[in-house]
Design a binder for this molecule. Structure first.
Ligand SMILES: *[C@@H]1O[C@H](CO)[C@@H](O)[C@H](O)[C@H]1NC(C)=O
Ligand SMILES: *[C@@H]1O[C@H](CO)[C@@H](O)[C@H](O)[C@H]1NC(C)=O
Ligand SMILES: *[C@@H]1O[C@H](CO)[C@@H](O)[C@H](O)[C@H]1NC(C)=O
Ligand SMILES: *[C@@H]1O[C@H](CO)[C@@H](O)[C@H](O)[C@H]1NC(C)=O
Ligand SMILES: *[C@@H]1O[C@H](CO)[C@@H](O)[C@H](O)[C@H]1NC(C)=O
Ligand SMILES: *[C@@H]1O[C@H](CO)[C@@H](O)[C@H](O)[C@H]1NC(C)=O
Ligand SMILES: *[C@@H]1O[C@H](CO)[C@@H](O)[C@H](O)[C@H]1NC(C)=O
Ligand SMILES: *[C@@H]1O[C@H](CO)[C@@H](O)[C@H](O)[C@H]1NC(C)=O
Length: 489
């Protein structure tokens, strides 16, 4: 049990919100899947004969009362009359010890005791459970906001998983949590925590997942270095300062999400060491250029999301993407990027979604973009691109409205591109129209200022092809991949 490291992932997938494509909850405790259903049979009680340790039993009664679950005090032996959310282990003397307590309706499949949100609190009796490995509270104290109690730091000798998710916790993260040196999972997602991230958390060297996202944490990110950390999520806070270069030594990272903060400076070169990284989301910060070429060595990266950082008139080196062989999702919208679209992007065979919109890319779309067979969504709109669109009929049809080209200074299409809605897309035909065709397209270029006026007459019967929505299954397969990658560890 100690060595077996299971993960369960809860994936919240918002199709049109790439900034927060998923959330990962990891647990090494087996919660909730290994929780025992209902009371045990008389047979196993007689055979086993184990009894719950009386001090721990009283502590559990206190904790249950504090969350409005007074019914539990009618159960004569809490480890024998088990409910979803309590887990016990017998020792060699046949005494049961409480190893896991969970509260809150996490999903439809789990039936942990819920909390009376108006008056629940975290009872200090938790410190009387010396064998506790997992403590899990979800949406418990929301209407009775309270700080995270410092006494949790006393569970340092055993606690491996501490999840206090969406509980409405206020105040700062107690430095005492740094005493929980055996912790593997620390999840304080979506509370109202303020103050800064305690430096003491750096003492928890066995940490595998650290999720502090969705709070009001300010100050800068401490110079952490966690050797076995897989998931680091500090998104949706008020964090400032630069990204510490020490994070480049967290070589087990698979997900790093610092999106929606106020981070400044450039992406550290040390990130080139994150060989296991699958997802990097640094969107909506204040990061500056130059464009991080160190990322080209991230050979496992599948999603790179940097949108909403004004990189400041910086160009992307042409071979920048050559190392990212597995990249599926690239989001570089609104970054003030200049110069040509790098050709190396057209060599990413796995690419599925690419947003390059709202920049100052100029020149033509690299001709090798026609080889991006798996792209289902491509945004090149609001740039200064010129020249012919390199896609064939099949790609245009497959992407449908998810191919966005509008508001570029001089893109045009050829007859073999298969555009039937060129007018809506705001692009004109490259060559002169054939007179007398059923559908005529006129393209007037004002050579004095480079602006273009496009007039298109489309015959009434023009068929607009419906785009096939493939995105759902593709994203799902990405998540599945991440799941499998994590479980392989
Ligand atoms: C926990 O950590 C704090 C400060 O980080 C320290 O003062 C305290 O002695 C530690 N021990 C316990 C049991 O909380
Ligand atoms: C955190 O918020 C509380 C109110 O919830 C406030 O009293 C306290 O001063 C804040 N602390 C910091 C460091 O911002
Ligand atoms: C964090 O915010 C509080 C007010 O909420 C402020 O007093 C404090 O100076 C801020 N800390 C930093 C490091 O900016
Ligand atoms: C492209 O997509 C197909 C079908 O989803 C898949 O079988 C193939 O492996 C993908 N190719 C690459 C290079 O990802
Ligand atoms: C693109 O813009 C840069 C200035 O940002 C300019 O030097 C370059 O010549 C332009 N390239 C093309 C093909 O227009
Ligand atoms: C066109 O794109 C540029 C950025 O390249 C943007 O500043 C401008 O607002 C866009 N125009 C329209 C009409 O959207
Ligand atoms: C071309 O643009 C210039 C400047 O905007 C304008 O004065 C002129 O009338 C335009 N010519 C045509 C043919 O639209
Ligand atoms: C396009 O339609 C307009 C009226 O809607 C007409 O005046 C014009 O002659 C047409 N142009 C062509 C090239 O058919």
């Amino acid at each position: 049990m100690d060595t077996y490291f299971t993960l369960f992932l809860v994936i919240f997938c918002a199709f049109f919100q790439l900034s927060r494509p998923f959330t990962v909850i990891m647990s090494d405790s087996g919660v909730p899947s290994t929780l025992i259903d209902g009371p045990q049979t008389g047979f196993s009680i007689n055979k086993n004969g184990a009894r719950t340790n009386p001090q721990e039993q009283d502590a559990v009664y206190d904790i249950m009362r504090a969350t409005g679950n007074d019914w539990a005090t009618d159960i004569p032996d809490v480890c024998r009359g088990r409910w979803h959310g309590i887990e016990c282990m017998p020792d060699k003397d046949n005494v049961y010890h409480v190893v896991s307590l969970s509260f809150g309706a996490l999903s439809d499949d789990t039936a942990f005791p819920t909390c009376d949100q108006t008056k629940s609190y975290l009872s200090e009796s938790i410190t009387k459970l010396p064998h506790l490995r997992t403590l899990f509270f979800y949406r418990c104290f929301t209407c009775n906001p309270q700080p995270i109690p410092k006494f949790l730091g006393q569970l340092g000798s055993t606690l491996q998983t501490l999840v206090l998710r969406e509980n409405g916790h206020i105040g700062s993260i107690p430095a005492e949590l740094g005493n929980l040196t055996r912790l593997r999972v620390l999840d304080l997602h979506k509370n109202n925590l303020n103050g800064s991230v305690p430096v003491s958390l750096g003492l928890i060297t066995g940490l595998r997942s650290l999720d502090l996202s969705g709070n009001k944490l300010n100050g800068s990110i401490p110079a952490f270095s966690f050797p076995v950390l897989n998931v680091l999520d500090m998104s949706q806070n008020l964090l400032m300062g630069s990204i510490p270069f020490t994070l480049g030594s967290c070589q087990s990272l698979v997900k790093i999400d610092f999106s929606h903060n106020r981070l400044t400076g450039s992406i550290p070169d040390s990130f080139s060491g994150l060989k296991e990284l699958i997802l990097m989301d640094l969107s909506y910060n204040r990061l500056s250029g130059p464009f991080p070429t160190s990322l080209s060595s991230l050979t496992s990266l599948q999603a790179l999301i940097l949108k909403g950082n004004q990189m400041g008139s910086t160009a992307i080196p042409s071979d920048c993407f050559d190392g990212m062989k597995d990249l599926m999702i690239l989001v570089l919208s609104n970054m003030n990027l200049h110069g040509p679209i790098p050709e190396s992007l057209g060599r990413l065979n796995s690419l599925r979604v690419a947003y390059l919109d709202g920049n100052h890319f100029n020149g033509s779309i690299p001709s090798n973009f026609r080889d991006l067979k798996n792209v289902s969504e491509l945004r090149l709109n609001d740039n200064h691109l010129t020249g012919p669109v390199p896609f064939g009929r099949e790609m245009v049809w497959k992407m449908g409205r998810k191919l966005r080209l509008n508001n570029n200074s001089g893109l045009c299409y050829n007859a073999n591109n298969g555009f039937e809605d060129a007018f809506d897309r705001g692009i004109g035909l490259c060559d002169a129209p054939k007179p007398g065709s059923a559908r005529t397209v006129q393209h007037l270029s004002n050579s004095t200022n480079g602006d273009m006026t496009t007039t298109i007459n489309v015959s009434a019967g023009a068929v607009r092809k419906t785009s096939v929505s493939v995105r759902l299954s593709q994203l799902a397969s990405l998540f599945l991949f991440i799941l499998l990658s994590l479980q392989g560890k």
